[in-house]
Design a protein around this ligand. Structure first.
Ligand SMILES: [Zn+2]
Length: 462
């Protein structure tokens, strides 16, 4: 008799955020990624629902990379009793620590703000978790080397492989008896200013595949678009940016463009406490990056790093044209909001969107061309020009996603398309069917699939 494997899609299904896949095999519960839902209110409320299984029963958590939508639920899981190990590469765990501390602070501040100004519909707004919960989580972190098979049990082993999305990012291959399951994580670009191209999986009986940009082809002229946008602007340019990798890639691009005098000579500021912490992590793990230590130092000397909130407030009232890169990337929080308060109504200002903007976020509202947005309970009319350059994203586009599948020796028995809005997921599913003739399934949130599994008594193949 075969022992079946089950996978429950507890997040990142039908949506981009909240990635969590619960695998059950050989009496083990393994959670792959543990992300926070972001964006739409309906999704954010899901973070508050009881976890579908008792967190104490989970044996192990594996993380593909350190982004909030892949790690941001961990402190809540620990708060609810999870006490097992959390495995990932060393840079991923360093990034995760920075992201979780920041997330806890934001949650604490938001609940305090809601209590002070009374705009919470709950009696007393509580944070989903706080810094103490993060302190319970980080001791569970166990760093693992990439490219090595690691044993979980007699019949389960796992390997982390370079995925070119952010520093430390991997896809995860899992051997269960004679089956290989691949969790794609977020797949990076074939060409990126800071990262090497993703490695490609050679074998997969079951594939869990992201589809963030499953319906998009990134333009190849993004650098020219960036140059044009900067040179056409006569005011301040605000770039909401993810603190991890996008901020550093933008710093790198702008530094290079300044060096060759391709853009007008206005100061470039980086205002992201987290972005500064990530630069430190870059220094710890140079082998994950194309950037040399010298280039990193030269770039850091050219871009002005804003440190204190006082400096932020001062810069927000400064009338001179400048470029400001600030978090968060989808304008859901962070220092960018201070600049938005000052600049949204300024018709000289350009807001440049360079990353993925999930449904329900302020970034997405700007992209969709709304006339006003809400910040801290107040409404702001938008007079600034909104521009978008999708080619600067850290996510593979449709062609790159297809390319990522190109080394598979045989067709997977099952492909599950996840981590994408429905339109993107459907488009990738149809493209895979058209190009390769493989059937894919788009799981619903909380769907459980059962895969015929490991023959009883079978241990790992060599
Ligand atoms: Zn990511």
């Amino acid at each position: 008799m075969n022992e079946n494997i089950s996978i429950r899609f507890l997040g990142g299904a039908g949506t981009v955020t909240g990635s969590k896949y619960l695998l059950r095999a050989s009496e083990k519960y393994i959670l792959i990624d543990c992300g926070l839902f972001q964006g739409l209110k309906k999704l954010r409320l899901t973070n508050w629902k009881p976890f579908p299984v008792d967190p104490k029963s989970i044996d192990l958590v594996l993380l593909t990379h350190g982004h909030l939508d892949h790690v941001g639920y961990l402190p809540r899981l620990a708060k609810e009793g999870f006490g097992g190990e959390i495995w990932a590469t060393a840079p991923t765990l360093e990034i995760a620590k920075v992201i979780l501390e920041d997330s806890a602070k934001i949650q604490e501040e938001e609940s305090e703000h809601a209590n002070t100004f009374g705009y919470s519909k709950h009696k007393k707004a509580l944070p989903l978790y706080d810094l103490n919960d993060v302190k319970k989580t980080t001791p569970l972190f166990t760093s693992q080397p990439p490219n090595q098979w690691l044993t979980i049990s007699d019949s389960i082993r796992v390997r982390f492989r370079y995925n070119g999305h952010i520093i430390g990012a991997t896809f995860i291959e899992m051997n269960l008896g004679d089956k290989t399951i691949v969790f794609s994580g977020d797949i990076g670009r074939t060409i990126d200013p800071l990262l090497y191209p993703p490695e490609l999986p050679e074998e997969a009986d079951v594939m869990i595949m992201e589809s963030t940009y499953g319906n998009r082809i990134h333009p190849s002229d993004s650098e020219e678009q960036l140059i044009r946008t900067i040179n056409e602007s006569s005011g301040t340019i605000l770039i909401p940016s993810f603190a991890v990798e996008r901020t550093q890639s933008l710093m790198f691009l702008l530094w290079k463009l300044r060096k060759r005098k391709a853009i007008q000579d206005i100061p470039v500021y980086m205002d992201s406490p987290m972005g500064r912490n990530v630069l430190e992590i870059f220094h710890h793990h140079p082998s994950w990056l194309k950037l040399s230590r010298n280039e990193c130092s030269e770039m850091c000397n050219d871009i002005i790093r804003v440190k204190t909130m006082d400096e932020t407030l001062k810069l927000a009232t400064d009338k001179n044209p400048k470029i400001i890169i600030a978090g968060s990337g989808m304008a859901t929080g962070g220092r960018i909001l201070t600049y938005f308060e000052r600049y949204l109504g300024d018709k000289m200002c350009t807001i440049l969107l360079v990353g993925y903007q999930a449904e329900g976020t302020r970034g997405r509202q700007l992209l969709d061309g709304v006339e006003e947005i809400k910040l801290h309970g107040k409404r702001f009319t938008i007079k600034a020009t909104i521009k978008n350059i999708s080619g600067l994203s850290a996510h593979a586009d449709q062609t790159e996603l297809l390319h990522w599948l190109s080394k598979l020796k045989t067709a997977p028995q099952h492909i599950f398309i996840t981590h994408g809005e429905l339109e993107a997921a459907k488009s990738l599913r149809d493209k895979i069917k058209q190009d390769k003739g493989w059937n894919c399934h788009i799981p619903n949130l909380f769907e459980e699939v059962v895969i015929e599994g490991i023959p009883a008594g079978l241990t790992l193949k060599n």
